[in-house]
Design a protein around this ligand. Structure first.
Ligand SMILES: [Zn+2]
Length: 446
C-alpha cells in the first residue's frame, strides 16, 4: 500500500480498542458465526449504499432491487461487479451524500496498478486498517509500541527532501523509515548503521524492496542484522524473494495481500497459512477455474467493504487471481478464518539506475501528478527510461514537467527520461499478455 497514513488519521483510541477486542474474538469464531458477523455488517453497507450513494441508488433502481433483496452473502450475486474503470468514471457518484458525518479523508492512490484514483476512507475504515495491521503483526509477536523499520520512498519525496536521505527515525511512531529509493550497494552500509542504531524488531516493505535490500546487504557483506519477522506487502512474494530475505535477515517473512480500497485482506500466520481476514472485508471468488496441471485452482478476487460508509465498494473486482485449495483446509495455528493457497498479485520489474540502485517504487509517481489515466515505465537501456502516459483532460505541459521532475528525483540525473503520450491500445503488455506498470530489459547483475 503506497499511502503514508498520518498519525492523526488514527487518533481514535476508543474505536481502535473496541474493534481490536472484536478482532481478537472473530479470528477464532466458528464459520457460521463469522458469516453472521459479515452479514450483519453487509446489511449496514447495503442500506447506506442504497440510501446515500448515487451510483448504487441508480443501480438498485435500474435492477428493480431494494436493500431487503440483499439479505445475505448469497444475494450479492444480484448485483454486478464493480470494475476499476467504473470507479474512475463514476468518481464522486460513489461518494455518499452524507459522507461528512463519517469524517472521510481523501487519499490519492495509484492502487499500485498504474491507474490513479481518489479514495475516501472514513473514520471506521481507518480504524479498521490500523486494527487489521495490528492483529496481523501480533501473530508474529508484535506489541503496540515495538520499534519497526519500513521501506518506502513516498515519505521522503512527500516531505520534499531531495529524496536522497537514506533513513529517518520517527520517535513518536517508533518507526525507522528506510528510503527504498536508496537501495543499492552504495548505501547499504549507511542503511545497516541506522538499523543497528535504532534496533527495529520488525521490517515492513514491498516484497521486491525487501528482496533487493537483502541482496545488497549480502553483496556488501552485512550479515549481522536480523528481525523477529518481516512483513511483505503489495506484490507477489516469489520463492526467490522469500529465500533471500529469510536467509539474510534470519527470520520468517509473513506475506500479505490487500489494497487501499479496503475490501480484501489476506495475511500469513507463523504457520505459513494465508488467512482471509473475513472480518475485514467480504471476499468472493469469481470465475473459478482449474488449470491444465489439474492441481491449480484459481479464482478472481472480488471484495466488498464492510466498514467504509463514506465510499462503500460492493463486489469490487480487484483484478488479481487467488489460488484456492480444492477442499477447505484448516490451519495448524487454530484460527478459523479461512485459508487460501497463494496470492497472485502484482509483479513488476525494478528500475536499475546507472549508479546501481534498485527502484521498486515507480508506482508512487502518479500521486504527485494530475491528469494521468495510466502510466507505464519501460527501462530500455541502462540509461534510458521511457514513460508511456495515457492522459486525461487534466494533462498538460505543466503536469508533464512535474512527472519528469518526480521521476528524476527517484532515478537520478544520470538517467534519460522520455515521456510519450499514448493511446490506451498502445499500452505495452508482457509475453503473457498481462499489463505491467514497470518493465525493464536491463537484467539485474548485468
Ligand atoms: Zn494460521
Amino acid at each position: 500500500m503506497a499511502i503514508d497514513f498520518r498519525i492523526r488519521d488514527f487518533f481514535y483510541p476508543v474505536g481502535i480498542y473496541r474493534l481490536r477486542r472484536t478482532f481478537e474474538r472473530t479470528q477464532w469464531l466458528p464459520p457460521e458465526e463469522l458469516r453472521a458477523y459479515q452479514e450483519q455488517r453487509l446489511a449496514v453497507i447495503i442500506k447506506q449504499a442504497y440510501n446515500h450513494v448515487p451510483y448504487y441508488h441508480h443501480l438498485f433502481e435500474k435492477l428493480g432491487l431494494r436493500p431487503s433483496d440483499i439479505r445475505g452473502i448469497d444475494d450479492l450475486k444480484k448485483l454486478p461487479l464493480l470494475s476499476k474503470d467504473t470507479v474512475r468514471r463514476e468518481g464522486a457518484n460513489l461518494l455518499a451524500d452524507n459522507s461528512a458525518r463519517y469524517r472521510p479523508i481523501v487519499y490519492k492512490t495509484s492502487g499500485t496498478s498504474g491507474t490513479p484514483m481518489d479514495l475516501y476512507l472514513d473514520k471506521n475504515a481507518r480504524i479498521l486498517e490500523f486494527v487489521y495491521y495490528w492483529r496481523y503483526w501480533s501473530w508474529a509477536g508484535y506489541k503496540l509500541g515495538d520499534r519497526f523499520a519500513e521501506l518506502g520512498s513516498f515519505y521522503f519525496l512527500q516531505r520534499d527532501y531531495l529524496g536522497e536521505e537514506v533513513s529517518s527515525w520517527q520517535p513518536h511512531l517508533r518507526r525507522l523509515m528506510l528510503n527504498s529509493g536508496r537501495i543499492g550497494i552504495l548505501h547499504a552500509k549507511e542503511m545497516a548503521a541506522a538499523i543497528r542504531k535504532y534496533r527495529p524488531r520488525f521490517l515492513k516493505g514491498l516484497a521486491s524492496a525487501v528482496y533487493f535490500l537483502a541482496l545488497c546487504f549480502k553483496e556488501a557483506g552485512i550479515t549481522d542484522l536480523s528481525f523477529r519477522a518481516i512483513f511483505s506487502t503489495s506484490e507477489v512474494l516469489t520463492p526467490q524473494y522469500r529465500a533471500m530475505a529469510e536467509s539474510v535477515f534470519n527470520c520468517p517473512v509473513l506475506d500479505s495481500y490487500g489494497h487501499m480500497e479496503g475490501a480484501v485482506a489476506i495475511s500469513q500466520c507463523m504457520q505459513s497459512g494465508y488467512h482471509i481476514n473475513s472480518d475485514y472485508g467480504l471476499l468472493e471468488f469469481n470465475n473459478i477455474k482449474s488449470l491444465e496441471d489439474g492441481k491449480t485452482v484459481l479464482g478472481r478476487a472480488v471484495g466488498t467493504s464492510l466498514y467504509n460508509l463514506a465510499m462503500p465498494f460492493i463486489r469490487y473486482d480487484v483484478g488479481d487471481d487467488i489460488e484456492l485449495f480444492s477442499e477447505p483446509k484448516s490451519c495448524p495455528c487454530g484460527r478459523t478464518i479461512p485459508l487460501v493457497k497463494a496470492v497472485h498479485g502484482r509483479s513488476e520489474d525494478a528500475i536499475v539506475t546507472p549508479d546501481g540502485r534498485f527502484i521498486t517504487s515507480m508506482f508512487i509517481v502518479p500521486e504527485f501528478t494530475e491528469g494521468i489515466r495510466f502510466v507505464q515505465f519501460i527501462q530500455e537501456t541502462k540509461t534510458n527510461l521511457r514513460i508511456n502516459v495515457v492522459p486525461d483532460e487534466a494533462w498538460d505541459d505543466k503536469q508533464q514537467e512535474k512527472l519528469s521532475y518526480c521521476v528524476k528525483r527517484l532515478v537520478g540525473k544520470n538517467m534519460n527520461v522520455f515521456i510519450h503520450r499514448i493511446m490506451p491500445d498502445e499500452i505495452v503488455t508482457d509475453v503473457s499478455g498481462k499489463i505491467r506498470t514497470v518493465i525493464s530489459s536491463v537484467k539485474v547483475g548485468s
